[in-house]
Design a protein around this ligand. Structure first.
Ligand code: PXP
Length: 239
C-alpha cells in the first residue's frame, strides 16, 4: 500500500502573505502526522517565498515520521541539507519566476551537477530522490548516477483537460513507475494530485509514496471554515 507525504509549503504561503508568525507549517506538520501522514515535505526555495530556514530546522526536531526536503542542487542547499539531515532530499529544478515547480529535473543535460549533488549528499548519509518527468531515458539516467529513488512528475496527467491527453499522460506515469521499480529505484509520485486524480492509481503496486500539498491545504481551508467562523462568533458573543 502506498504512503502519503504531506507538503506543508502552502501553510507557509499563507503566513508569508502577511509577514507574521502564523499559520505555522510546523503546527500543520504535527496535525498531518496525527492524521496519519507517512512523511512531511517542504521545499526550501532559493527565494524563500514560503518555507523559511527556521521551518526546516524546527521540523527536523519535531517531525516524527519522515522529513523530506525538496531543494535545488545548489551549494547553499547542499550545505543546509548537510546540517538538517532530512530523511530524504528530493532534487527539483527551480526557476525564480515560476508559480510552482514546472517540469521535472532534466538529468541528461544537468547530469554533472546532479551527480555531484547526489554524491555530496550520500557522503553525509542522506538519501536522494530525483523529481523527473515520466520519461524512460531520464529514469535510466537516474539509475546510472546513483539516485536512490525517483519522484515521477504527475503534472502532465493532472493538468490535462483533454481526456485522450490525460489517458496518454497517465499511461506514461504507469510505464515510468514500472520501469523504475524494475531498475530497483524507489518510486514516489506527485505534483497536482487531487481528490479526483488520485483515484486512478487504484491497484498500482509500484508507487511507494504520493507527495501531495496544494489540494490537501486547499481542502483543509474549506473543511475547517465552519469551525473557524463558529469559534470567532462565539468569542464575539461573549464580548
Ligand atoms: N512534488 C514536488 C517535487 C513538488 O515540487 C511539489 C510542489 O511543491 C509537489 C510534489 C506537490 O505538488 P502539489 O502541491 O501540487 O500537490
Amino acid at each position: 500500500m502506498a504512503g502519503l507525504a504531506v507538503n506543508v509549503d502552502h501553510i507557509a504561503t499563507l503566513r508569508q502573505a502577511r509577514g507574521i508568525n502564523y499559520p505555522d507549517p510546523v503546527a500543520a506538520a504535527v496535525l498531518a502526522e496525527l492524521a496519519g501522514a507517512d512523511g512531511i515535505v517542504v521545499h526550501l526555495r532559493e527565494d524563500r517565498r514560503h518555507i523559511q530556514d527556521r521551518d526546516v530546522y524546527l521540523l527536523r526536531k519535531t517531525v516524527l515520521s519522515k522529513l523530506i526536503l525538496e531543494m535545488a542542487a545548489t551549494d547553499e542547499m547542499i550545505r543546509i541539507a548537510s546540517e538538517v539531515k532530512p530523511d530524504l532530499v528530493t532534487l527539483v529544478p527551480e526557476k525564480r519566476e515560476e508559480l510552482t515547480t514546472e517540469g521535472g529535473l532534466d538529468i541528461i543535460t544537468q547530469s554533472a551537477t546532479v551527480e555531484k549533488a547526489i554524491s555530496a549528499l550520500h557522503d553525509r548519509k542522506i538519501k536522494v530522490s530525483l523529481f523527473i518527468d515520466p520519461d524512460p531515458v531520464q529514469i535510466e539516467k537516474a539509475r546510472k548516477i546513483n539516485a536512490d529513488m525517483i519522484e515521477i512528475h504527475t503534472g502532465a496527467y493532472c493538468d490535462a483537460t483533454d481526456p485522450a491527453e490525460r489517458d496518454t499522460a497517465f499511461a506514461a506515469v504507469i510505464e515510468a513507475a514500472k520501469k523504475a521499480a524494475q531498475l530497483n529505484l524507489g518510486v514516489n509520485a506527485g505534483h497536482g494530485l487531487c481528490y479526483n486524480s488520485i483515484k486512478r492509481f487504484a491497484g498500482l503496486k509500484e508507487i511507494d509514496e504520493f507527495s501531495i500539498g496544494h489540494s490537501i491545504i486547499s481542502r483543509a481551508a474549506l473543511v475547517g471554515m465552519q469551525k473557524a467562523v463558529a469559534d470567532m462568533v462565539a468569542l464575539i458573543k461573549e464580548l
